[in-house]
Design a protein around this ligand. Structure first.
Ligand SMILES: [Zn+2]
Length: 587
């Protein structure tokens, strides 16, 4: 006897046999039994979710001579002709929207609606994939759909209801077919195999169901194949082979390599994986990780790590979608997972830091690598950029009170205005002298501000610091201070610097020419003293004009004192970073 495909053989005859669509079955059955019928229905849902089967069952129930009823008699002429397995009813027209999408096709259909049914109660039009119709075809259909003859019923089916015009949607009763649950499909497959008396392994059914992706029809087709491929004994091994699936042991070994950071073995293993379809492999990895997560018996597979792995897999799928090469995507993903483990250990390091167990930190080299990264020149230059941006905030902590910060903001604004004024002046080609005059005025203002902050300090500043010039955002002054005064100025440097930025602008740099009143050879420039760390003692003598190298040197010094780096130091307790960037950049 000829072997019939399972999908056809087990096509449901009535709503009771419909798999996994209980809500739809119930609603349609009630409508039939209560004779509350609409003239147009829309069935939407994934492919293989039972839309066409339902349309046929529904059409048969409408035509049954003792109906319409949810359980047709099955014996009358109409029931026999409208057999869902072999639809041959003259008044049930099935149309494929994909191949009959033009306006002429719809005109033919409309023409047919003018004639009364031959043998049945209704003339029923089932249009599959209705979203494929052209716009003109939809427009042509619209009028008939709205007010069809009372003997006409439409059943539209689509996998993509969003593509339908709103005018069509509003004229139909919409039934949404949900994805059939794996459990329902599983039960259905078991029933079929028991019925067919074919031995099977439940794991094998799981593989088929996953490959069928919620489509009962596709899953049944796969089951057909598996039965033949396995010579009527459906085992998981046969199914894995047939579907080109990778087995769980291989995946286990792959993740072992990742956990042990064994790059060589990982590469070898990946070569073996290249023969599989990459998208499928990624799906299998997801399933593998999901099982690890649910079982929770392997502590290495923390939810945090699995989350990271899932993200990597998702990104890999996106790359595949964009047409990236399979082997590249797979290798990249595997190495990203290796990296993800390193991030994990940094997380652990931070957790340890937070607990105050810095000394007992197991993965100290990772923290060091962070520090090393900070030391790199690029980082330094970034920090320099940020330093300039953040310079306004640099000294604020010394002021401490929020009130003063507010006052600061006002002053900053004033300063901005003065800067704008300044640049305007420049644009108007005002002579250099008048700019210097303006700068002198600002310098006097600076003195007043310092004085207002602290009278004694203001006195020392006024007597011992003299304005030289202000050019290209460099304020040059000379200090005559010695002894206590010098110490006082050095101690208050950050406060003074703050006022300089306020008055002369945020970009302002201070160039100090030290001319101590006594003949002291010792270099006594204030720039030097702003550093509080002993490592910075070797900073440059600013008596001479700055060379470009010295400028870099100074910028590095400033970068080291940037709030960004200081908070990083506080957070991570990175002590060594204070000096090494200086050395590494030193010219
Ligand atoms: Zn009947």
């Amino acid at each position: 006897m000829e072997q019939q495909a399972l999908a056809l053989k087990y096509r449901p005859m009535d709503f009771d046999e419909l798999v996994g669509q209980e809500a739809v079955s119930r609603t349609l059955s009630l409508a039939l039994d209560s004779k509350r019928l609409s003239h147009a229905y829309l069935f939407s849902g994934l492919r293989g979710s039972g839309k066409t089967s339902s349309a046929r069952i529904f059409a048969r129930a409408l035509q049954c001579e003792s109906g319409p009823r949810s359980k047709p008699c099955g014996t009358c002429a109409n029931c026999l002709a409208a057999n869902p397995h072999k639809m041959s009813h003259i008044d049930i027209m099935e149309l494929d929207g994909a191949s009959n999408r033009k306006i002429d096709d719809i005109r033919d259909l409309i023409e047919q609606t003018k004639y009364h049914p031959n043998m049945g109660r209704f003339k029923i039009f089932i249009i599959d994939e209705v979203h494929m119709l052209t716009r003109e075809a939809f427009n042509a259909l619209l009028k008939t759909l709205e007010e069809p003859p009372e003997y006409v019923k439409f059943i539209l089916a689509t996998t993509d209801p969003l593509k339908l015009p709103a005018t069509i949607l509003s004229r139909t009763q919409h039934f949404r077919f949900k994805r059939i649950s794996d459990r329902s499909i599983f039960e259905h497959l078991k029933k079929i195999l028991q019925n067919e008396q074919i031995p099977y392994q439940e794991e094998a059914l799981g593989m088929l169901i996953r490959s069928g992706a919620g489509s009962l029809r596709d899953t049944l087709t796969l089951l057909d194949q598996a039965i033949i491929y396995s010579s009527y004994n459906v085992t998981s091994e046969v199914c894995a082979n047939m579907l080109g699936l990778i087995n769980a042991e291989s995946l286990n070994a792959l993740f072992e390599c990742i956990f042990t950071q064994d790059r060589d073995s990982l590469l070898k293993m990946l070569e073996g994986f290249f023969e599989y379809e990459c998208g499928m492999l990624l799906d299998e990895m997801s399933i593998f990780l999901k099982e690890k997560l649910l079982k929770g018996n392997d502590t290495r597979y923390s939810s945090l790590l699995i989350d990271r792995f899932f993200r990597i897999i998702t990104q890999a799928k996106e790359l595949l979608f964009l047409g990236s090469e399979n082997e590249f995507v797979l290798t990249l993903s595997a190495f990203k997972m290796l990296e993800a483990l390193k991030v994990e250990s940094i997380d652990m390091a931070i957790a340890h830091l937070e607990k105050g167990f810095f000394e007992s930190l197991p993965k100290f080299e990772n923290t060091q690598s962070v520090a090393q990264k900070l030391e790199s020149k690029t980082q330094i230059s970034q920090i320099q950029t940020q330093t300039r941006e953040l310079e306004s905030q640099k000294e604020i902590p010394t002021l401490e009170s929020a009130k003063k910060e507010a006052a600061q903001a006002v002053l900053m604004q004033q300063n901005m205005e003065s800067k704008i004024l300044n640049s305007n002046l420049t644009e108007q080609n005002i002579t250099q002298d008048s700019i210097q005059d303006h700068a002198k005025t600002l310098f006097a203002l600076l003195g007043k501000k310092i004085s207002a902050h602290n009278y004694d300090l203001g006195e020392i500043f006024a007597s011992d610091v003299r304005f030289v010039s202000f050019e290209d955002s460099v304020l040059t002054w000379e200090t005559l201070a010695v002894g206590k005064n010098r110490d006082r100025l050095i101690g208050a440097y950050s406060i003074i610097k703050n006022y300089v930025l306020e008055v002369f602008g945020m970009q302002t740099q201070i160039k100090n020419i030290s001319k101590p009143r006594e003949e002291i050879k010792e270099v006594a420039q204030i720039q030097n003293m702003e550093s509080k760390t002993p490592q910075n003692v070797e900073s440059k003598n600013l008596d001479s004009t700055l060379t470009p190298q010295e400028k870099i040197q100074r910028e590095v010094t400033q970068a080291l004192q940037s709030p960004l780096l200081q908070s990083a130091q506080e957070l991570l307790e990175i002590k060594q970073v204070k000096v090494r960037p200086l050395n590494s950049v030193e010219i």
